[in-house]
Design a protein around this ligand. Structure first.
Ligand code: HEC
Ligand code: HEC
Ligand code: HEC
Ligand code: HEC
Length: 149
């Protein structure tokens, strides 16, 4: 055996041992039990509270708004896209209020002009399009083409 190996072999053995010890502590419990993932994460995610309720649930109490939304260009949007996660409000409508996103910048997240954006959604220049007013002073957010006077 070449003399160098006398030092290299124990060194390698030490590294492998260290690796195995570190691995033992670093790999989470239940990893690999059913595949290349941490099995316990399924139960943990299942137990998380629901945040979104879905359009149908909103319609149970706000059928007027839901019917409006259906008839115009915003029909494809979910209520919670604009009003935020609403499960807590559905459970306790009187104590949990949802946001009313009435700022120009909010509508701008989808409509502000950006040359690199697809034109599927109509774009306007936030600095030009009736710049001194809130969008909802003219456009009903649920029926955007029903312009207010
Ligand atoms: C169980 C009935 C119920 C459900 C379900 C419900 N709401 Fe409401 N919502 C209410 C009531 C009642 C009010 C009025 C509360 C008040 O003004 O004190 C209200 C008020 C609101 C307001 C106005 C809040 C404000 O401060 O002016 C918005 C926006 C709203 N709901 C959106 C939603 C959305 C979006 C959903 C679905 C995620 C939803 N609601 C589901 C009963 C409900
Ligand atoms: C494009 C964004 C958008 C969507 C989608 C949307 N809303 Fe709204 N909603 C608004 C804005 C903005 C206001 C505040 C309007 C105002 O103050 O005049 C509002 C106001 C409301 C209010 C209070 C109205 C009032 O007259 O007091 C209710 C209730 C409501 N929305 C429910 C819903 C429900 C239910 C859905 C789904 C069926 C929905 N909204 C979808 C933007 C949206
Ligand atoms: C989550 C993205 C989103 C948000 C936020 C949003 N919109 Fe829209 N809007 C759409 C989509 C999608 C359409 C349908 C495609 C289209 O017609 O541009 C649309 C259509 C419109 C149209 C008709 C455009 C046309 O000529 O067809 C108007 C007006 C409009 N929205 C106003 C508003 C106003 C005002 C707000 C803020 C209260 C708002 N939108 C917020 C996605 C959005
Ligand atoms: C003073 C009233 C008024 C205000 C405020 C206003 N709009 Fe409009 N909007 C209109 C009118 C009227 C049209 C019809 C086309 C035009 O005159 O530009 C229109 C057209 C649009 C269109 C369709 C553009 C097209 O080329 O077809 C979109 C999208 C739109 N508005 C979104 C918005 C958003 C988002 C805001 C807020 C940042 C807003 N509007 C504020 C009155 C208004």
């Amino acid at each position: 055996m070449p003399p160098q190996l006398k030092t290299l072999i124990p060194l390698f053995a030490a590294f492998i041992l260290l690796f195995l010890i570190a691995r033992h502590f670093l790999v989470p419990v239940s990893f690999g039990e059913y595949g290349h993932y941490r099995f316990n994460s399924i139960a943990e995610n299942k137990d998380k509270p629901m945040k979104y309720a879905g359009k149908e649930t909103c319609a149970d109490c706000h059928d007027d708004r839901a019917n409006e939304l259906k008839t115009d260009v915003h029909a494809g949007l979910s209520c919670e896209t604009c009003h935020g996660p609403g499960q807590a409000h559905c459970d306790n409508p009187d104590s949990v209020k949802l946001i009313r996103p009435d700022q120009r910048a909010f509508c701008g997240t989808c409509h502000s002009f950006n040359p690199s954006r697809s034109k599927i959604i109509e774009q306007i220049d936030l600095k030009e399009h009736y710049a001194d007013k809130k969008c909802i002073e003219c456009h009903n957010p649920h029926l955007p083409w029903q312009l207010k006077e």
